[in-house]
Design a protein around this ligand. Structure first.
Ligand code: DON
Length: 308
């Protein structure tokens, strides 16, 4: 980070500049309930490992974190299965959209990575197999990681996605046909939709993800969530696969590990420095927040704080 700049000033100024600019994105209409959101909402929150916090705009409003949850479900599954997990899901960028079926057929039902929908369905299957009460246990895991105890699923969002989840059903059934899903596809899909419906604010997200900037330790209690090596791996996966077929572009423009969701949220991590969350609901053609991407590109450029 360039120490001659005031990070909070930069966040504030960029926020205003980007808020007032044209939004070329569009809402994620394939999940009907996600279209009911006010598309002008915009929030940013940064949490640093020096324990400073700063938010602008709608940073305290909760939104549907969607695929951002895949980082958290992966961490829980990694904790449960250890290195064996990588026999079920690979760690290569897919270069395909998040809901693509193409590679699965030729690659025998082993998803390219845990962040495309196919990979996240396998992770959901692992959690179903290894947790007593998957829905409650996962929620408790997230609440314990976070300082906030009122994080919850949205049944409205989960049901809305469930009603139109034809592609995810196709993915899950195809993986099942190769033997890489152990439970009933309908149970895996139900759990997956619940996971994606989790609602959090930018403030909660940046505070929660800060442990990935802090060598796997939570900031306040110094509780170890992941080893250093595991932390490196999760960050590496976010860097290479966090934005699907826009992961290269995100690395090129922003230069940080991160993860997006079709609710319009993006969280990014600078190892040893900070975690930052941005939320603006309209998405670009690759399904990533249009203004969120622009904000982060300008932010790492102005603060000179990317990892490259
Ligand atoms: O399965 C889906 O399509 C959604 N629940 C999650 C997709 C998503 O967030 C992709 N991220 N940008």
């Amino acid at each position: 980070m360039n120490t001659n700049v005031d990070v909070n000033d930069i966040v504030q100024n960029l926020y205003e500049q980007i808020k007032n600019s044209e939004d070329k994105g569009s809402l994620a209409s394939y999940i009907p309930e996600l279209e009911n959101i006010d598309s002008t909402l915009f929030g940013v929150h940064i949490s640093t490992i020096d324990n400073s916090n700063f938010g602008v705009g709608n940073y305290y409003d909760k939104f549907s974190i969607q695929s951002i949850v895949k980082v958290l479900s992966l961490i829980m599954a990694y904790d449960l299965l250890g290195e064996e997990l990588w026999t079920r899901v690979k760690v290569e960028p897919s270069g395909t959209p998040f809901n693509s079926l193409i590679q699965l057929e030729v690659e025998n039902g082993i998803p390219r990575n845990p962040f495309i929908n196919a990979g996240a369905l396998v992770i959901a299957d692992v959690l179903l197999n290894n947790l007593k009460n998957p829905k409650e246990d996962f929620l408790n895991f997230v609440r314990n990681l976070s300082d906030s105890k009122d994080i919850a699923y949205s049944s409205k969002i989960a049901n809305s996605e469930r009603e139109v989840g034809y592609r995810n059903a196709a993915l899950c059934n195809l993986i099942k046909s190769f033997g890489n899903i152990e439970n009933e596809p309908s149970d895996v899909l139900d759990f997956y939709y619940d996971l994606c419906s989790l609602e959090m604010s930018c403030e909660e997200l940046s505070n929660l993800f800060l442990f990935l900037a802090n060598d796997g330790f939570t900031l306040t209690e110094r509780k170890q969530i992941l080893t250093r090596s595991q932390t490196k791996r999760i960050n590496a996966l976010m860097q290479t696969c966090g934005f699907y077929d826009e992961s290269g572009d995100f690395a090129f423009k922003v230069g940080l590990p991160g993860k997006s969701g079709v609710g319009g949220g993006i969280v990014a991590v600078h190892p040893k420095q900070y975690a930052i969350a941005v939320w603006s609901p309209k998405l670009n053609a690759k399904g990533n927040s249009y203004k969120g991407m622009r904000f982060l590109e300008e932010f790492t450029t102005k603060t000179e704080s990317s990892i490259f």
